[in-house]
Design a binder for this molecule. Sequence first.
Ligand SMILES: CC(C)(COP(=O)(O)OP(=O)(O)OC[C@H]1O[C@@H](n2cnc3c(N)ncnc32)[C@H](O)[C@@H]1OP(=O)(O)O)[C@@H](O)C(=O)NCCC(=O)NCCS
Length: 172
Amino acid sequence: MGVTVEIVNKDQLATLRALCLDTFTETYGSQNTKSNLENYLETNFNHSQLKNELDNPQSEYYFVKVDGTIAGYLKVNVGDAQTEIKEQNGLEIERIYVSKAYQGQRLGQALFEKAMERAWFHKTTFLWLGVWDQNTNAIGFYERNGFKTFDTHVFQLGDEMQTDLMMKLELV
Ligand SMILES: CC(C)(COP(=O)(O)OP(=O)(O)OC[C@H]1O[C@@H](n2cnc3c(N)ncnc32)[C@H](O)[C@@H]1OP(=O)(O)O)[C@@H](O)C(=O)NCCC(=O)NCCS
């Protein structure tokens, strides 16, 4: 099985958008109301939002592929593209999603290793991320990779208040 992790180019926006919508719905669809979910998808994954992100030199999207078939993606941010914290020596994993059919095959690990590679490239001293406190699957994955919770933040999904764990991996 050939696993590759490849940068997402601007001309792949439509493919990226479809994957973002599918994986987000697959992950959170059953635990959130339809209207909250639709609201989130429309705000965060609309064409112009994704175009701006792909145009931003401080954000990068990567696809993970299995024998050429796209199975998941990663989004990392540095500098001012980070959604919070915004320290120059930090790298944010904003999104890491593997399609359900491909989970448990070390593809999340391949994406995480790309994030580590980008952190070394940018000479950042830590990686960080926010994860919904009910997402025990992802929390287990991040803990397995050495992340530790350092804070909690409340955020709004539609009309519902939810809690995010803020997790950090120090590199030095
Ligand atoms: C979280 C996610 C990215 C993990 O990807 P994956 O491809 O299923 O995980 P991998 O097979 O690469 O696992 C890598 C390592 O983490 C471990 N791991 C994976 N899930 C785990 C869990 N729930 N608890 C503990 N460890 C876990 C694996 O055992 C493996 O460790 P090993 O090297 O000792 O075998 C994936 O499940 C996913 O996309 N989930 C839905 C989207 C999501 O919630 N994203 C995070 C949003 S913040």
